[in-house]
Design a protein around this ligand. Structure first.
Ligand SMILES: [Zn+2]
Length: 186
């Protein structure tokens, strides 16, 4: 199996060049992350219980990582970093307050958080593109990958942020179409 440690380190360097104070913090050893975990679990009525164990979160220029980050294959860490780099750029684009407004305020009411859904979609589009590049177009096109991404929007994971499956499916189709255009240009 190809070792992706070098490209992983290169991507980290790239991100540090773009965001000087970028750093990675493990949620498990971070008190703020534990507080957010309890709050999210409560607000989503238990829909989000995996904040510490599964989700990556950008706050400021810090990436908070869940358990198992250090043993995650470099390839998957690259795909995650590509997604999170989109959030770092969004924060630069909208500013900290603007990002908080888009991300947190529309959190209420749960389930109709269009601003968050679009922010998150931009990042998941990058996840799909990075997956196609690194794991092959077939993986990006697979039903299981689509299901995983769509569920991030329609389930309690992010507070049912956009529970309209057909629309999220249509977004996914757009990304795949873009992918096909890129492939056919090569
Ligand atoms: Zn995200």
């Amino acid at each position: 199996m190809e070792d992706y440690r070098v490209p992983y380190e290169a991507l980290l360097d790239e991100i540090r060049n773009e965001f000087n104070d970028f750093k990675i913090v493990h949620k498990r050893t971070d008190r703020l992350s534990h507080r957010i975990d309890r709050l999210l679990c409560w607000v989503t009525l238990g829909g989000q219980r995996e904040y510490l164990t599964r989700y990556h979160t950008v706050l400021g220029n810090t990436l908070y990582v869940p358990d198992g980050w250090d043993s995650t294959p470099y390839l998957d860490r690259i795909i995650t970093l590509r997604h999170e780099r989109v959030h770092l750029r969004q924060r630069r684009r909208y500013g900290g307050i603007g990002m908080a407004f888009l991300y947190l305020i529309p959190f209420f009411p749960l389930g109709l958080a269009y601003g968050r859904a679009r922010i998150e979609w931009e990042a998941y589009a990058e996840t799909v593109l990075a997956t196609a590049e690194l794991k092959g177009v077939e993986t990006a096109r697979s039903a299981s990958m689509r299901e995983y991404v769509v569920r991030q929007f329609t389930s309690g994971a992010y507070g049912w942020m956009w529970p309209f499956r057909r629309q999220v499916d249509a977004w996914y189709d757009e990304v795949l179409a873009k992918l096909d255009r890129q492939v056919s240009r090569r």
